[in-house]
Design a protein around this ligand. Sequence first.
Ligand code: LLP
Length: 435
Amino acid sequence: MFPTHVFPETATADAAGRLLIGGCDVAALAQEYGTPLYIFDEDMLRNRCREFLNEFRSLYPNTDVVYACKAYVNPALARIFMEEGLGLDVVSGGELAIAQAVGYPSESVCFHGNNKGPQELQDAVRWGIGTVALDSFHEIELLEQIAGEAGTVQEVLVRVSPGVDAHTHAHTTTGILDSKFGFPIQTGQAEEAVLKVLRSPHLKLKGLHFHLGSPIFELEPYRMGLEVVLEFASRLREDGLDLQELSPGGGFAIAYTRDQEPPTIAQYAEAITGTLSDTCRSLGMDLPQLVIEPGRSITGPAGVALYRVGAVKDIPGVRKYISVDGGMGDNIRPALYEAAYEAVVPGKLNTEPTDLVTIAGKYCESGDVLVRDVKLPPVEADDIIAIPAAGAYCLSMASTYNLNPRPPIVLVKDGSARLIRRRESYQDMMLCDVV
Ligand code: LLP
């Protein structure tokens, strides 16, 4: 059997050992659209959105769910999030442009990032963006000026850094003191930032934001972060801080490998809403609106990457390399974070996985390895390899390294497939070059 819990919900194996997702034969999709190819399961995408909304709102009705576009977004996916009633968290003018292109309601979009540029902020303010999460003193002054020039009052959050270690990879932890993100509470800078915003006539402070890192496999960091931030908010009440909104960010983990068991959405919801309600009660504070920002946990499990095997190199007594036609250009995560993945051979699900192999990419780097030491059925050139849990932070971090075009994406549902991004062409890659 293949490790079903790391595949999209609709993934099944038919009697012949073929992998079906969204009712579509995965190997046939690889044939039709070519490889590398990314597949998104539409039912699962929608179900994840609904699960977040339902689980949080059943415990804490005043919750909004905002999708963190950095995990991956394009216009077709943005439309799905809009239909499902999610807001968007954007971190660049590019992500903002997608929200604008699909007609996202501007009030449900929040602008994050530690160094938003003047043009990006101007575009956002003029569009009427719902929230800007302020991350530096420089930005407070810049946004005050931009909002003033636009003759408007911009609603903002102050992003604080609670000094909580979420025990994730050093490159993806953000809530600790030594971080480029947020105003540290510990040093007094968060307080200074709140007071500065309260004195800014063109900024309206809605509340506070923090984000601890990603992925966070534990519940305790959320509880600790909420307590620290709520105590901070309660101290600043008499200075005029009215906490109408609080966001503990995203960071919800998913299973990449068969042995991983992250908390369920319901467990995250219980930990976050329980701590929020209890702490507010004990501090005598009104309950703020809760905003959560899942990225990985929505698109991650819904995406599967497909590759075609080329060279197979067996170094006796050392390692057997299976080389595929993608790699670090479409998925940098193993090279960057030592991220682990599962892999299966979609046409051979009935064959015993007896061969211990390493799946390498086609890029000119020794570090271009997608999966180290995975057991597969005997594999030969032309076989398809499927890597699950590939929907988040693969395509959004993709590059054209070695000038390999970035892959296409198909959305599958009820036995039919829809192309939502075509393969990049060689011409596309030269479009911006000036001769
Ligand atoms: N909100 C804020 C303010 C964030 O910075 C992030 C992620 C999220 C929400 C969404 O986190 P998620 O729910 O997706 O875990 N490239 C790394 C992950 C970087 C995450 C950056 N911020 C990776 O591939 O693991």
